[in-house]
Design a protein around this ligand. Structure first.
Ligand SMILES: C[S@@+](CC[C@H](N)C(=O)[O-])C[C@H]1O[C@@H](n2cnc3c(N)ncnc32)[C@H](O)[C@@H]1O
Length: 261
């Protein structure tokens, strides 16, 4: 496992969980859009595979729409949180969560759940590993899916955006924690190196908690669609937002809808 993956998602899972939980509310709109897109492909029910599922926000919202879902994540803390939330939302019979590495997806998921009708990879959960490994993840997802299955690579950062609107710093408050991000973007390698520093609010002061370094490849639309095609997924629609189904623009996140070939 890359050092930063372990550092952010496992060692500092309590801090990253705050970011996952922060996105919980907005997931309803994302999932409503996904359901609309799926209806266009005559998919009104079925089995969903959630790659890098985090706290299970997409799987659980999809389960509330009647889909059955299997979420896979490398972080035991996120899987535990997803299972707890599934129980709270009375969705635990439809949403199952597995702790495991998506680079060994077929082994982790086994043969009991396949074939899947829908696969999702949400919030820039790609570009963490080598291109060969990313390709293998989407190939394995294809192997676990039926022909005509739909893949969403949603809410994903892309290099076109970064070349137009790169911001080297940002600041965010997550209840009692403050996150300061410093980023460097290398347009030649299409690579982002970030440094995330977490602080706890103590009265009017900030107490430094820790800094995590993040290394990520950022794809462009063509590169990602080519990779998906090599993995057996043909891009059939691109949106700027799935929540509103607005068209793609260079300044919107990438939302790719692809069909299993
Ligand atoms: C940016 S978060 C996105 C989480 C979720 N998809 C969402 O939209 O809320 C990235 C997730 O990828 C997971 N992850 C990273 N590497 C992984 C791997 N090799 N196998 C499974 N999960 C992984 C992390 O633990 C984290 O939950």
């Amino acid at each position: 496992m890359s050092d930063w993956i372990e550092d952010l998602f496992i060692k500092h899972s309590d801090l990253f969980l705050k970011l996952l939980d922060f996105r919980w509310e907005r997931t309803k709109d994302l999932v409503n859009g996904m359901v609309k897109v799926l209806r266009g492909f005559k998919i009104k029910s079925g089995k969903l595979l959630d790659l890098c599922c985090g706290n299970g926000r997409v799987s659980i919202h999809m389960a509330e729409k009647g889909f059955s879902a299997v979420g896979v994540d490398i972080s035991a803390a996120f899987v535990e949180s997803a299972r707890r939330r599934a129980i709270e939302h009375k969705a635990s019979d439809l949403a199952v969560f597995l702790e495991g590495d998506v680079r060994r997806l077929v082994e982790v998921v086994g043969s009991g759940f396949k074939p899947f009708d829908i696969v999702v990879n949400v919030w820039t959960s790609v570009g963490y590993y080598s291109k060969e490994e990313d390709l293998s993840i989407f190939k394995q997802a294809r192997d676990l899916s039926r022909e005509g299955a739909i893949l969403f690579v949603a809410e994903t950062a892309h290099s076109e955006y970064l070349s137009l609107a790169f911001t080297p710093t940002s600041y965010m408050e997550l209840e009692d924690v403050v996150l300061l991000e410093n980023r460097k973007y290398d347009p030649v390698k299409s690579h982002i190196s970030s440094s995330w520093s977490f602080y706890r609010k103590v009265g009017k002061d900030l107490r430094f908690l820790d800094t995590v370094k993040i290394e990520q490849h950022v794809y462009n639309l063509n590169e990602l669609c080519t990779l998906l095609s090599e993995a057996g997924w043909e891009a059939v629609a691109i949106y700027g937002s799935l929540a509103t189904l607005q068209p793609r623009s260079p300044l919107s996140p990438l939302n790719i809808v692809a069909k299993a070939k």
